[in-house]
Every structure is written in structure tokens, then in C-alpha cells.
Design a protein around this ligand. Structure first.
Ligand code: ZN
Ligand code: ZN
Length: 137
């Protein structure tokens, strides 16, 4: 396995960072908070030890929202484009990296689905539907 750092960035490119393997965990989270915060069926959360995470640009454009009453749920996002960006996890020595921000292949693959009992009523596993390389024909 290769240990080269992988870069990541937000949609507009203001916020950039690098992460170095090995990673602590990689999971899809179907909890209602992750669904709201991502606007999607689930989050794809990669956990990276803090010492292996580095901001490379735009750290001062990062805005944050801490959900009142939540023990650890927090959303950090780019103040320019609104993309979610990595944040320090309060309860562990890791940074949570929304995996969709990565520009390279982290090699690791998601290990599991958590909060499966909270998944959206409309969630369908991708392989149950047709695939198109781009828009449907
Ligand atoms: Zn941005
Ligand atoms: Zn979640």
C-alpha cells in the first residue's frame, strides 16, 4: 500500500488539504443528521488521525456550525461555495473528512454502513438500479 499524501478540495477550490494514510475508519453514515447536512442519502466519512491531516489552503474561509445539544455533531463548510470540509472530531483524535472532497483514491474502501436503522425511507441500494456513465439515455 502506498503512503503518498492525497489531496482534497472543496467545489470552488478555496479550501484545500492533504491526508496521509493509514486511515482510522471509513464508513457510510445514514443518520438523520448526516442526511440533512449532506443533502444526500448518507455521508461518506473518512477518519484520519490528526497528525496525518494538513490544511494547504483556505483554512480561514472555513465556517462552522455546531449543532446545539449534540455531543459531537459539527459541520464545517467553505464560506465561498458551501461544500462541507473536514473537521476535528470532538470525541476522538481524528479529523472527519467527507470523502467526496478527495481528489485521489484513498485506497481504503468504506467498511460498513452505520445508523442503518435511520436510513431514508426512499433509499435504494445502487446495484438495484440501472447505471449510466453520464445522463440516462
Ligand atoms: Zn469552496
Ligand atoms: Zn451520521
Amino acid at each position: 500500500m502506498n503512503d503518498d499524501p492525497i489531496s482534497g478540495s472543496c467545489l470552488c477550490g478555496t479550501v484545500k488539504f492533504t491526508v496521509k494514510p493509514p486511515f482510522s475508519a471509513f464508513r457510510y453514515c445514514h443518520c438523520s443528521r448526516c442526511r440533512k447536512a449532506s443533502g444526500s442519502a448518507h455521508a461518506a466519512n473518512l477518519f484520519v488521525p490528526r497528525a496525518q491531516f494538513e490544511w494547504s489552503a483556505g483554512e480561514d474561509s472555513v465556517k462552522r456550525y455546531d449543532l446545539p445539544q449534540a455531543q459531537r455533531f459539527s459541520v464545517w463548510f467553505c464560506g465561498e461555495c458551501g461544500s462541507r470540509v473536514p473537521h476535528n472530531v470532538k470525541t476522538r483524535e481524528d479529523v472527519l473528512v467527507p470523502a467526496g472532497l478527495l481528489d485521489g483514491d484513498p485506497q481504503m474502501r468504506p467498511e460498513n454502513n452505520i445508523f442503518w436503522a435511520s436510513k431514508a425511507a426512499w433509499y435504494v441500494e445502487p446495484h438495484e438500479r440501472a447505471f449510466f456513465s453520464e445522463y440516462p439515455k
